[in-house]
Write a protein that binds this ligand. Structure first.
Ligand code: DX5
Ligand code: ZN
Length: 219
């Protein structure tokens, strides 16, 4: 299995966003996590297509767009046009999840389904075959810098069991409260992509990225 850190620019300094992104790129980051919030599905509002479009030329990293917005089918084309490589939608925010995943694949992008901490895994039962990545929220979405909810570890392990049993290659991404203290338990539970916002951005981005990366399994 391949393991990746996915730095979340939600915690970057927007007065020099380009520099912060170049810093993680130079550390070898392959995935950049882009948190979109609408003030409805989650309390806060972050950023959207114009920001994605302006950072697209900076790197060839995989731009992993996490839509924390209601009825995301309205914006799939716009984020695809702005330069997303993968789009993750929340199961809780979609009336027609199956159709939205088709919409994302039809644009040639990777699909992701995100679940809030309290949402059971069975909502995935009939979409596994069209889901490239499952994002398990380990905090209630809406803000960076929160504490990982321990009950999610059991959920990650259950999902790892389901994917292995079905022989599915989907990635398990975990988002929220990942830092040097918590990442080990999330790795042990069976995830392979780790979103990290406040643990990477701030002062000393390169050092913090490398310290976290050193904790990933090497194979
Ligand atoms: C939370 C966002 C996360 C957030 C993670 O709603 O989806 O991606 O940036 O931030 P940290 O790593 O600080 O918990
Ligand atoms: Zn996120």
């Amino acid at each position: 299995m391949e393991y990746y850190l996915a730095p979340s620019i939600l915690s970057a300094d927007f007065s020099h966003l380009g520099d912060d992104i170049r810093a993680v790129k130079e550390c070898g980051a392959k995935i950049l996590h882009f948190d979109v919030m609408d003030g409805l599905f989650v309390p806060s509002i972050s950023f959207g297509m114009p920001v994605l479009k302006s950072i697209r030329p900076l790197t060839d990293m995989f731009y992993d767009v996490h839509l924390m917005i209601r009825d995301p089918e309205r914006y799939i084309d716009a984020f695809a046009d702005a330069g997303a490589d993968g789009i993750t939608v929340h199961a809780e925010a979609c009336v027609h999840l199956d159709r939205v995943l088709d919409q994302i694949h039809d644009r040639g992008l990777k699909t992701g389904v995100a679940l809030n901490p309290a949402t059971p895994l069975h909502v995935l039962d009939y979409v596994y075959d069209k889901t490239d990545m499952i994002l398990l929220m380990s905090v209630n979405p809406g803000f960076g810098g929160q504490k990982l909810i321990p009950a999610v570890l059991d959920k990650i392990a259950k999902l790892r069991g389901i994917l292995d049993e079905k022989g599915l290659p989907a990635w398990i991404e975990v988002d929220g409260g990942i830092n040097a203290k918590t990442i080990g338990s999330v790795i042990d539970a069976g995830a392979n992509v780790f979103v990290a916002g406040s643990a990477v951005f701030g002062t000393g981005i390169e050092t913090r990225y490398r310290e976290l990366e050193a904790l990933l399994p090497t194979e």
